[in-house]
Ligand binder design. Structure first.
Ligand code: UD1
Ligand code: BG6
Length: 700
């Protein structure tokens, strides 16, 4: 998915080569999000020049292109803005012209990088074309660069001098849709504006001196929208396309950001890192400020100013805090593993432990989730719980729905965010809506969250990325603390979401004494999970062999599960198809006889989850039906549990430790994660970047 990176140095000498290397490094930290092309913009040799270099393919290809273009590296800059982007095609094919940065004109007067979608770009494009502007790309983003120039020129003609913040405000007034946006301009050398709406953006700050305060004041405009005469000629009188220049009054630089002044009141040497993702900032600085929707961060002369695109409304925060990121760089590197996915699979003993760390008192069987504690009485009174998510996160909801219903006696429905929105499902004030997301930035989930907020429901997030949109926009929630997940196929986030949801369900039913034996059983089970995962991970060699002997050449694979294991079957099938591109399908074992049985023969590989729970006899009967049709299933069962007389009729038996029924899916999913990984590696697939997929899907 698209990624933004920007680098600003002020009173810190950097050569062009160093600046370019910084931008390339920043982009490479965003690679895990999935993308198809990349580009950068830096200052040129002459005043008023900007170099733009773009390339389809990986960041390394862009690096090579910069070398091939013989970009001069030694010129020193003591004040400079560089911007960069990784693109994941939405409007227009992955082609060089469609890569960002986009420009306003052949002189590169305004250049922008943009994440998100401008929904009114067609109308803007038509109007700007009618004013003589020539578009080069098929993207929606290009109209933003053109709009900057058009409004700038319009102001100029009207004799109005606007600063970059004010200009940005005027541009935003015309835009509909979502954006994370950086703009740099030869008209405003050494300045950049960064703004967001529905797409994440943060500012990292690096300085040798201590910041005077750990916050930045927010500067509010007097009016909501530009308010003077329309001289642009774009206005149709009815739409947002007024493009009205506005006279400068007290909006000119009248304030100074207190955090960035030295004791003597002079500006201090400082570097700023602008990014859509903390992962690309952390190696430079841990001091970051997350922008809110409609914030405009204006950086110039070593100062950072936060303006609001809109007039303040009651209760709006008047400062943005500069936070300290707790993520370590080594947390986002591969270590001894070949792929991030493999690393993340093997991290699960630690990541599952970290999800529970400090939150479970195993001695007294008590759960304490700091993020939702105060909200539990309200949630307990709710009419129903709606869990909403996409992909793997949706499967973690399915996996825990049953234990939620058992422990809370509140009806629970589980929804795919896109379908929930398509149906415009009714939501009420006494509903609790739980949003589960690794990234916290998935567009469908965010839209569903906004939908529920508008209807007055209580919203709870179960999120991995601290500071992400879902984490910040929900009323309360639980961070799963699994650490950064970089492989596109989600693995450790699944097991941690699962545990966080079980802990949530346990907290909701804490008051009930009659349930205490069941609580104790589950909490004791949770305590053993990290060690038990270590045991399951030892199956790797056996699974690798199974792939080599039987599965690598197959075209299709079925997974059978019921009860708690239906979610495991769906998640296992998703892992296999997304990473190895092999068709696979999770089937509810009870539905086998209603259609799927027609597919069964001696060739089709079938994996059946036959671990011990109340449905075990029924699962065994489904396995018998498969065997009776010459099928040779792979059975996942509990250790020492002889699936009597089955050995010679099966392709393989994989034994996993026994745990409590509602936690068994945490162990059963691991062989499938390993299997999908080895199937993909054996097929020569770039496991961390499967084709057509992105880690964080920030478009609808
Ligand atoms: C918090 C701190 C943790 C500290 C602990 C000590 C954070 C991120 N966590 O952890 O570093 O060690 O206190 O007491 O600062 N939230 C949402 N939506 C979500 C996720 C979380 O609104 O999707 C909110 C929670 O309601 C809470 C805050 O974010 O207000 C932090 O949540 P979480 O990290 O889960 O809380 P703690 O485990 O208490
Ligand atoms: C994408 C990812 O499709 O989004 C999946 O490739 C993920 O792995 C899904 O499950 C949902 O993402 P998130 O961040 O909301 O959990």
């Amino acid at each position: 998915m698209c990624g933004i990176f920007g680098y600003v140095n002020f009173l810190v000498d950097k050569s062009r080569g160093e600046i370019v290397d910084n931008l390339i490094e920043g982009l490479s930290r965003l690679e895990y999000r999935g993308y198809d092309s990349a580009g950068i913009a830096v200052d040129g040799d002459k005043k008023g020049d900007t170099f733009i270099v773009k390339k389809v393919g990986k960041v390394n290809a862009l690096k090579q292109e910069i070398i091939d273009q013989k970009l001069e590296r030694s010129t020193l800059f003591d004040c400079h803005v560089g911007i960069a982007h990784t693109r994941w095609a939405t409007h227009g094919q992955p082609m060089t012209v469609n890569c960002h940065p986009h420009r306003s004109d052949v002189n590169n007067e305004f250049v922008v990088v943009h994440n998100g979608i401008i929904t009114n770009y067609r109308a803007l494009k038509t109007l700007l074309e009618s004013k003589g502007m020539r578009f080069e790309s098929e993207t929606d983003s290009e109209c933003i660069a053109k709009l900057f120039k058009h409004i700038y020129d319009t102001n100029l003609k009207a004799g109005l001098e606007v600063d970059l913040n004010e200009l940005t405000k005027q541009v935003l007034f015309e835009l509909e849709g979502s954006y994370g946006l950086l703009v740099k301009s030869t008209r405003y050398p050494g300045e950049v504006c960064a703004t967001r709406k529905g797409s994440p953006l943060l500012v990292g700050v690096k300085t040798n001196r201590k910041l005077k305060v750990d916050f930045v004041d927010v500067e509010f405009p007097e009016h909501d929208a530009p308010s003077s005469n329309n001289t642009s000629g774009l206005a149709d009188g009815s739409s947002n396309l007024g493009l009205m220049p506005v006279a400068q009054g007290d909006n000119l630089r009248t304030s100074q950001s207190r955090a960035f002044l030295a004791d003597d009141g002079m500006p201090m040497p400082v570097e700023f890192f602008l990014s859509s993702d903390p992962a690309s900032v952390i190696q430079h600085t841990k001091k970051v400020l997350f922008l809110e929707d409609d914030d405009i961060a204006h950086i110039y002369d070593g100062e950072l100013h936060i303006h609001r695109a809109k007039k303040s409304s009651a209760g709006e925060a008047t400062t943005r805090s500069i936070q300290t990121l707790e993520m370590e760089l080594n947390e986002i590197m591969k270590g001894p593993y070949k792929h991030f996915m493999q690393k993340e699979i093997f991290e699960q003993p630690d990541s599952t432990f970290n999800t529970m760390r400090g939150r479970i008192d195993f001695k007294d069987s008590k759960i304490n989730l700091g993020g939702i504690k105060g909200w539990l009485p309200t949630i307990r009174r709710c009419r129903r719980i709606i869990m909403i998510a996409c992909g793997t996160s949706y499967h973690s909801c399915l996996a825990t729905r049953s234990i939620f219903e058992e422990l809370t006696e509140i009806p629970v429905s589980v929804e795919l965010a896109s379908d929930f929105l398509d149906r415009k499902s009714p939501v009420f004030r006494d509903d609790t809506c739980v949003f589960v997301s690794q990234s916290g930035e998935t567009a469908d989930s965010i839209l569903a969250l906004q939908y529920c907020l508008e209807r007055g429901a209580l919203t709870v997030g179960i999120v991995n990325s601290v500071g992400s949109s879902i984490s910040r926009q929900t009323h309360c929630g639980v961070h799963i603390n699994a650490g950064p997940e970089i492989g596109v196929a989600s693995t450790k986030a699944y097991t941690s979401q699962y545990i966080a949801l079980v802990m949530f369900a346990l907290s909701l039913s804490n008051d009930s004494i009659s349930r205490s034996p069941r609580h104790k059983e589950i909490i004791d089970g949770l305590q053993k999970i990290p060690e038990q995962i270590k045991t399951v991970l030892q199956l790797e060699d056996k699974i690798k062999q199974l792939c080599d002997d039987h599965l690598n050449s197959q075209k299709s694979l079925l997974l059978l599960g019921r009860g708690y294991q239906f979610a495991t079957a769906l998640e296992g099938a998703l892992k296999i198809k997304e990473i190895s591109y092999m068709h696979s399908e999770g089937v509810l074992a009870g539905e086998l006889k209603h259609g799927v049985l027609a597919l069964v023969d001696k060739d089709l590989p079938i994996i059946a989850f036959a671990t011990k729970d109340s449905l075990f006899p029924k699962t065994m009967s489904a396995i018998e039906q498969v065997i009776a049709r010459d099928g040779r299933p792979i059975i996942i069962c509990n250790e020492g549990e002889k699936v009597i007389g089955m050995e010679e009729k099966t392709m393989a038996i994989l034994e996993v430790p026994l745990t409590v029924d509602c936690l068994q899916g945490l162990l059963n999913v691991i062989p499938l994660q390993l299997m999908s990984y080895w199937l993909a590696v054996n097929r020569g697939i770039d496991v961390d970047f499967p084709r057509n997929l992105a880690k964080s899907v920030t478009v609808e």
